[in-house]
Write a protein that binds this ligand. Structure first.
Ligand SMILES: NC(=O)C1=CN([C@@H]2O[C@H](COP(=O)(O)OP(=O)(O)OC[C@H]3O[C@@H](n4cnc5c(N)ncnc54)[C@H](O)[C@@H]3O)[C@@H](O)[C@H]2O)C=CC1
Ligand SMILES: O=C(O)CCC(=O)C(=O)O
Length: 462
């Protein structure tokens, strides 16, 4: 008689862990210098383990080996001429990570720190974020080590045109649809769209999102990431039977995400007491942050946050942007850049009684900081869920472009609010289903992973 030996739960867990370890070792061996990419893969692998234990198909189909390898990684030379007539050369990147559920979608970052590790970490996260939105969009990301700071308008235009001259070979409304990220706003998108249109001899509005309203942009895209973040935070608060009204909020950064997160938080009755840029932070306990001044400084004058105190003598300016997390608050919103909130900052927030942290930026909290939040019952919203409103509205922009329609601000905002509500609900339920109630990291990663992994299995080995 044949005996069927059934693996015990602990044996299955051990086998799954060893599979995860093998794939992770392989990634590190292949690309040893990509530390940011390793960081995000490690966090995601750890949290999806319960899904792999429950569903052996993901291991049988070797989904992890496939999902960590970009479908395409493109690097290219970007030559341009500066205002002195000298030729400058930057490097351009586009990672087309995963197209199982739709065309690659994700922003372009212009910042001197951009390299393969950065675009791969951003692109990898984008796969799961985009799946969470419920929209049919795959994951991609790109950019350049070009630094727009201190460049003239004409230099930025020449750079964008050269960048697009090459990128145009790889993108299209049904292939890959870039948008903005750090250092890329509607001005840069406009210059890139102009060049794409000229090269193609065709008006394909859906090739880029975050466009200006005069040539196919969507109302509320500019506000979407920040507003979406606050809608997500409102759901987190609702989960704890609380409201945002009257809460003290600290927001890092003072760019696109930060400004519109502050705007919606203030509109809903919160008091934003501090914000920052890469040089330092401003803090006004008494009056709160005046958003009109921040908008003038950052969106119009392209100045520094240190100048805020000229208009607001009750505010203080402190150098060292990292110290912003020492300010007591109920809600902390890191909205600037990766790894800006470390273990020390997390400990300070816990000490000061912060109850909610939600990420407007991509991977702003280090793994050690996240561990501190989870251990101390700080309710923590990971970026791939909390900041997904931007890419969700980008997808709505693609929809408007392909149907040649333009929706009202209210219509887009209502849809954004519904999408953020659904994302929160899905993350919360996935966490519960996998016995990690209240852990939105596990919830977001599992919910995003399952959708993409199931689609990959359905599409076969391609
Ligand atoms: N723009 C979008 O729709 C989305 C952006 N994100 C993420 O949000 C973050 C911010 O992006 P954007 O607001 O678009 O960029 P942005 O270029 O408009 O603004 C970035 C801001 O961060 C500040 N900054 C940079 N390093 C800092 C540091 N160490 N400490 C404090 N401030 C610092 C800059 O001075 C600037 O104010 C990035 O991580 C980006 O990937 C995520 C989802 C969508
Ligand atoms: O709107 C988009 O396509 C990109 C948004 C983005 O880059 C992000 O979600 O990090």
């Amino acid at each position: 008689m044949q005996t069927i030996l059934k693996e015990s739960t602990s044996e299955v867990e051990k086998r799954v862990q060893s599979y995860i370890d093998d794939v992770f070792t392989m990634i590190k061996r292949r690309d040893p210098h990509e530390t940011e990419f390793h960081q995000t893969v490690s966090v995601i692998f750890k949290s999806i383990k319960p899904a792999l234990v429950k569903n052996p198909a993901y291991i049988e189909h070797q989904i992890l080996e496939q999902i960590v390898e970009p479908e395409k990684l493109i690097t290219f030379r970007v030559p341009w001429v500066d205002d002195q007539g000298k030729t400058q050369v930057n490097r351009g990147y586009r990672v087309q990570f995963n197209s199982a559920i739709g065309p690659y979608k994700g922003g372009l970052r212009f910042h001197p720190t951009v390299n393969t590790s950065i675009v791969k970490f951003l692109g990898f996260q984008q796969i799961f974020k985009n799946a969470l939105t419920g929209q049919p969009i795959g994951g991609g990301k790109g950019g350049s080590d070009f630094d727009p700071k201190g460049k003239s308008d004409m230099e930025i235009m020449r750079f964008c045109q050269s960048f697009m001259t090459e990128l145009a070979n790889y993108i299209g409304p049904n292939t890959d649809v870039p948008a903005g990220d750090i250092g890329v706003g509607s001005k840069e998108i406009g210059y890139m769209f102009g060049q794409y249109k000229k090269i193609r001899g065709n008006f394909e509005a859906g090739v880029l999102t975050g466009k200006g309203l005069n040539y196919g942009g969507s109302l509320a895209r500019k506000e979407a990431t920040g507003y979406g973040l606050i809608y997500f935070v409102s759901e987190m608060l609702k989960g704890k039977k609380e409201k945002i009204k009257g809460k003290r909020v600290v927001v890092s950064g003072s760019g696109n995400v930060s400004i519109y997160a502050m705007e919606k938080a203030i509109e809903l009755g919160a008091k934003v007491v501090a914000c920052s840029d890469s040089d330092g932070y401003v803090y006004d306990e008494k009056n709160g942050i005046d958003l009109d001044t921040v908008k003038r400084l950052k969106e119009v004058e392209k100045g520094r946050i240190s100048d805020y105190i000229d208009a607001h003598p009750t505010a203080v300016y402190k150098e060292n942007c990292k110290d912003i997390w020492n300010i007591p608050c109920d809600i902390a919103l890191p909205c600037a850049t990766q790894n800006e909130l470390d273990e020390k900052a997390a400990a300070a927030l816990v000490r000061n009684g912060t109850a909610y942290v939600a990420e407007g930026a991509n991977m702003p909290c280090t793994p050690e900081a996240i561990h501190i939040f989870l251990k101390n019952d700080v309710y923590y919203g990971p970026g791939k869920a909390a900041n997904a409103g931007g890419v969700a509205v980008s997808s709505l922009e693609m929809g408007q472009n392909s149907s040649r329609m333009a929706w009202s601000f209210e219509e887009v905002e209502t849809r954004l609010q519904e999408i953020m509500r659904d994302i929160y609900k899905n993350c919360e339920q996935a966490a519960k289903m996998y016995e990690k109630e209240g852990n939105l990291v596990v919830g977001a990663n599992i919910a995003g992973f399952i959708k993409v992994a199931d689609a990959m299995i359905e599409l076969g080995v391609v």
